[in-house]
Design a binder for this molecule. Structure first.
Ligand code: FAD
Length: 352
């Protein structure tokens, strides 16, 4: 007879750990499965210079504050260290190098198929983030381009692009930060569909979390809320972006129409050669392993009420951003989301 766990959490990044913290407090019989060999989730893959948007004291998972950083915003490695120490501190049961490939459900038991065998559980909590599903738009001619093309998910540092003429595509935080960095070592152009929009200089991730919270509460109470000046998708003026702005390099060339073997074609028909293109065009959600139990749209969004899947009982999704709980894709925001999700799971387990 195989062992049936109460809950399997898929993903051992910041969201999976926050959920693990609450499951452990309730003494549930659970396991986290993570495809990475090491701790740290998506932060393992971030570019070398990436920092948080907020100071350490506003970037903590439940139970234990992130240690103070010498830097205004903690560095990538400090975030990884925090996540690694967090899972040790709470003795979270994680099996690594386990990739969940598929899930089926029968008689209220989930069968979880992985590269390391089959696991069974009464409930599933998916916390697989976005990094495994980078998005590149289907641009006419993209397959003919002979230069280097990478998604920001695989960008490490500017040295990779020394002496190359680079085009960075995308008007979000990744695009702004990568242009800021690469412009120090080589010629770079920035292609955006609309003019880049910046948040006021004093606005950091913590401020944005408070705006998101106020918006959520207002919507819940049916009250109007005007966050027009603080569009959560606008670029945060982190120190490297501020520095690049002072050099005058954050200038958009607008969007291009199509690509050819050596570069891109601008709307007036001009062809421009580039050695490399970096796609800072965002991510979908890494939920394809759920395909046999729920439907998802082309971005990987599953139908949920906050984090609870509505198409099948026993499945929750946490940490994917606003569709699973406001600000849930951030360290500070996952706390509330994880707590509520675990309370719902406990209620469910008591009923079945
Ligand atoms: P991840 O960290 O992606 O963890 C998911 C885990 O699931 C991974 O370990 C992955 O290997 C595993 N996994 C995926 N698929 C499977 C599978 N099929 N089977 C088994 N395991 C699987 N967040 C902040 O809080 N503050 C910030 O300042 C901040 N700044 C950012 C700046 C940029 C430019 C970017 C791009 C992101 C930033 N983020 C920030 C967001 C943050 O990096 C992610 O939202 C966060 O990593 C999401 O955590 P997660 O645990 O949900 O997913």
């Amino acid at each position: 007879m195989h062992k049936i766990l109460d809950v399997i959490v898929i993903g051992g990044g910041q969201s999976g750990l926050a959920c693990g913290y609450y499951l452990r407090r309730h003494k549930l019989n659970f396991l986290l499965l993570d495809k990475e060999e090491k701790c740290g989730g998506a932060w393992l893959h971030a570019w070398d210079s990436l920092t948080l948007f907020s100071p350490a004291e506003h970037s903590s998972l439940p139970g234990w504050l992130m240690p103070k950083s010498k830097n205004l915003f903690p560095l990538k490695q400090e975030v990884i260290d925090y996540l690694c120490q967090y899972e040790k501190r709470y003795e979270l049961p994680i099996e690594r190098s386990v990739t969940v490939e598929n899930i089926t459900s029968e008689n209220k038991v989930f069968k979880v198929y992985t590269n390391k065998g089959i696991y069974f559980s009464k409930a599933i909590l998916a916390a697989t983030g976005t990094w495994n599903n980078p998005f590149i738009p289907k641009i006419k001619g993209i397959d003919t381009f002979k230069g280097i093309q990478i998604h920001s998910a695989y960008y490490k540092n500017a040295e990779q692009f020394n002496n190359l003429k680079v085009l960075v595509v995308g008007e979000g935080n990744s695009g702004a930060q990568i242009v800021s960095e690469i412009s120090k070592v080589t010629t770079v152009k920035w292609s955006t569909r609309k003019p880049p929009q910046y948040l006021p200089d004093e606005v950091d991730g913590f401020y944005l979390f408070n705006v998101a919270t106020a918006k959520y509460n207002a919507e819940k109470e049916g009250k109007p809320f005007d966050a027009a000046n603080y569009d959560l998708g606008n670029i945060v003026i982190v120190p490297p972006v501020k520095e690049a702005r002072s050099r005058g390099v954050l200038i958009s060339s607008g969007s291009f129409e199509s690509m050819y073997e050596n570069g891109v074609i601008w709307p007036d028909g001009t062809k421009e050669d580039f050695d490399a293109i970096i796609w800072c065009t965002g991510f979908g959600y890494a939920t394809s392993f759920l395909k046999n139990i729920v439907s998802a749209d082309e971005r990987g969004i599953v139908k949920t009420e906050e984090s609870k899947a509505t198409e099948i009982p026993g499945l929750w999704l946490a940490g994917y951003g606003s569709w699973t709980g406001y600000a849930s894709a951030t360290l500070i925001g996952i706390n509330r989301n994880a707590k509520q999700t675990c309370n719902e799971i406990i209620e469910y387990l008591q009923q079945i």
